[in-house]
Design a protein around this ligand. Structure first.
Ligand SMILES: Cc1cc2nc3c(=O)[nH]c(=O)nc-3n(C[C@H](O)[C@H](O)[C@H](O)COP(=O)(O)O)c2cc1C
Length: 183
């Protein structure tokens, strides 16, 4: 890969408008290095994975999503923690992108995980997510691990990340993702 712009597809596991995880991805897009472009891809219109839908030819939103994953140089996945795991919405998106055997768009993608939540900052959700992604041999950034605890204290009322240490960590995560993707 040349030093051209690195295209990162960012996916939030939360569908709600006021989501801290989506806000975290907006913050990432704002501070991304000049060599990187981060686009947030909404996954709310993906149907639940159904092998019958797949056998009939994937629905349009699924085709669009799979294409976006295939074209991306890297993924940035923000997960809330729901019942000690990632969310059904994100797992569903991953399931769709995981299909196709050796042609699956998710195979071997460079990716970084992050999350915003309560006291433990989505620690358990991120551990599960790592395991899920290993099925398609997604290549994950190991360090830094961005677990934003007590998220409500770290964003202002407009959903802007205002916590300096988290902003710094986020910046280092993006650099690590770029290094991994260009390696
Ligand atoms: C169904 C459900 C389950 C949840 N389970 C957990 C949990 O296991 N651990 C935790 O720290 N927070 C849990 N929460 C709280 C969410 O992580 C928190 O609301 C978070 O802000 C959601 O992310 P978002 O702001 O991006 O929507 C749960 C929330 C919901 C709706």
């Amino acid at each position: 890969m040349t030093e051209s712009t690195l295209h990162v597809l960012a996916i939030s596991g939360s569908l709600r408008r006021g989501s801290y995880n989506t806000a975290l991805l907006r913050a990432a897009a704002d501070i991304a290095p000049q060599s990187m472009k981060i686009d947030i891809y909404p996954i709310g219109d993906l149907p639940l994975y159904d092998a019958d839908l797949e056998a009939a030819g994937n629905p349009d939103p699924v085709n669009r999503f799979r294409e976006a994953v295939a074209e991306a140089d890297a993924l940035l996945l923000a997960t809330p923690e729901y019942n000690w795991s990632t969310t059904a919405a994100l797992k569903n998106a991953i399931d769709w992108a995981s299909r196709g055997g050796v042609e699956a768009p998710l195979n071997h993608k460079p990716a970084a995980i992050l999350g915003a939540g309560g006291r433990f900052g989505t620690l358990r959700a991120q551990l599960h997510l790592r395991e899920i992604l290993s099925h398609n041999q997604v290549r994950l950034v190991e360090h830094p691990q961005v677990q934003v605890s007590m998220a409500s204290d770290k964003f202002d009322s407009d959903g802007r990340l205002e916590h300096e240490r988290t902003i710094d960590q986020l910046g280092r995560l993006l650099v690590a993702l770029e290094d991994l993707a260009r390696a």
